[in-house]
Ligand binder design. Structure first.
Ligand SMILES: [Zn+2]
Length: 119
């Protein structure tokens, strides 16, 4: 390979990596937006729960069922946020220590926080 060929190969490799990184960033941004949307929904659901608690206090029996259903919805949304956060970490190549739950870069063999061996 002559110099120009080598250079062109390097440039196209660089472009490939760059576009891959851009895709990853775009995906992370989309996931973060979804998390933000869920967090807002959770906030609204909690306001609703407050209203239900007050109606319950006033003697409205139907509010108890609605209260439970809303709590279940919130629980599911928190689960989804947790999954989305793991997705982001996976894209970034970050894993969690099984002992202290600290975020760790893929290439580390031991947790820098507690020394736990990363499997
Ligand atoms: Zn650890």
């Amino acid at each position: 390979m002559d110099f120009m060929e080598k250079l062109m190969t390097k440039v196209s490799e660089g472009t490939k990596i760059l576009s891959q990184k851009t895709d990853e960033l775009l995906e992370i941004t989309e996931i973060k937006m979804e998390i933000k949307r869920l967090e807002e929904e959770i906030l609204e659901a909690k306001i609703f729960i407050g209203e239900m608690v007050y109606r319950n206090y006033l003697g409205d029996e139907t509010s108890t069922m609605q209260l439970r259903e809303k709590c279940k919805e919130i629980e599911q949304m928190y689960h989804r946020i947790h999954r989305l956060t793991s997705e982001i970490n996976e894209i970034k190549g970050i894993r969690q220590c099984s002992n202290c739950h600290m975020d760790i870069r893929e290439y580390s063999k031991y947790c820098p926080n507690c020394g736990n061996k990363i499997v």
